[in-house]
Design a protein around this ligand. Structure first.
Ligand SMILES: [Zn+2]
Ligand SMILES: [Zn+2]
Length: 327
């Protein structure tokens, strides 16, 4: 099979020809139809995260069809359409796993980081972490739901009952979260890189009540803010824009250093928290909700061999919505 593989951090992915994986016990062999390009892939390629597996095939927003199943697979049959998310394995027995927080499992393994992912024609995945894909979406449109959607949804849940919701960084996750937030009756305030009028126009199209530069103060104090951009100083800007009792959710896996700030910005029971990974329950809830909203994804399909271009454009903020690789 053809795959785009990373041999070492900070080097371009290489188009390689590899043996098609064989599904082990409990695994599905999936023919990849579409794989979204997520900012986390960029952190893997740029070496921002602790070393995962190398070489690695990135990609954890995978939509495909089951072509073979390993021993003991009962949930899916050949021909079924499935999605493979970031969470690829958990131990099932640690304290986190047994109390509903498998996203924090110490032994967790992640797709496209510890386990070969979807920048390929085929992927093998543990059936227990795969999801059926709602029929309302075609393969390319569904891909960004698998991470931008799922982790965006978890971030929104952890933002609490916020009526005035700020979103910092208006990319793939934000464009989905904005639609869900509006559906839930919240007001969305979209913050972009200073001067990014194109991003602000995109946010207004998706129902943002207000858009502005990340350094600006919104017309109303925020009850919560979700930060998708990997930029530490945004935490301080978001705290400054928040009402008492407000929550600032850092939704990315990596962020540059957060500058020191005066305690009065946190005072008043403001909370700063991160969101890590997803649980299977987040996935089930979100994939049931998405067609009801209905969430529409803005996607730009690109051939698999253009993975490096897709990553470069994401790094430079030159993607509107989500890039999706098609093998
Ligand atoms: Zn565990
Ligand atoms: Zn992701």
């Amino acid at each position: 099979m053809k795959a785009m593989q990373l041999a070492a951090p900070r080097t371009p992915l290489k188009l390689v020809d590899l043996p098609t994986p064989q599904p082990g016990p409990g695994q599905l062999l999936i023919k990849v139809r579409a794989c979204g390009v997520c900012r986390t892939d960029l952190h893997v390629v740029d070496g921002d995260l602790a070393q995962g597996k190398l070489p690695i095939i990135p990609g954890h927003e995978i939509v495909g069809t089951v072509s073979e199943k390993g021993a003991g697979v009962e949930r899916f049959a050949p021909g079924d359409r499935v999605g493979v998310p970031w969470l690829g394995y958990t131990c099932g027995s640690c304290g986190f796993c047994v109390n509903g927080r498998e996203n924090l499992c110490d032994a967790a393994r992640f797709t496209g980081y510890h386990l070969d992912g979807g920048y390929a024609e085929y992927v093998a995945a543990d059936q227990r972490y795969c999801f059926p894909i709602p029929a309302d979406y075609d393969d390319v449109a569904a891909a960004p739901l698998l991470c931008a959607g799922l982790i965006g949804y978890r971030s929104l849940m952890l933002a609490g009952e916020a009526e005035h919701l700020g979103i910092y960084g208006f990319g793939a996750a934000a464009h989905i979260v904005a639609q869900v937030a509006r559906y839930q009756g919240r007001k969305v305030y979209a913050f972009t890189r200073p001067g990014d009028t194109e991003g602000q126009r995109f946010a207004r199209e998706l129902g943002a009540a207000w858009t502005g530069d990340s350094t600006a103060r919104p017309p109303e104090p925020l009850d919560a803010a979700i930060i998708f951009a990997p930029v530490g100083p945004l935490v301080v800007h978001a705290l400054r824009a928040s009402a008492k009792g407000g929550t600032v959710v850092c939704a990315g896996i990596h962020m540059s250093e957060i500058p020191a700030f005066p305690y009065e910005l946190l005072w008043g029971e403001r909370v700063v928290r991160s969101v890590a990974n997803l649980t299977r329950r987040d996935g089930e809830e979100f994939l049931a909700l998405a067609p009801k909203v209905p969430v529409r994804t803005a996607v730009e399909p690109l051939p698999l061999a253009q993975a490096n271009e897709a990553l470069a454009r994401l790094r430079e903020g030159r993607i509107t919505g989500a890039a999706v690789l098609v093998p």
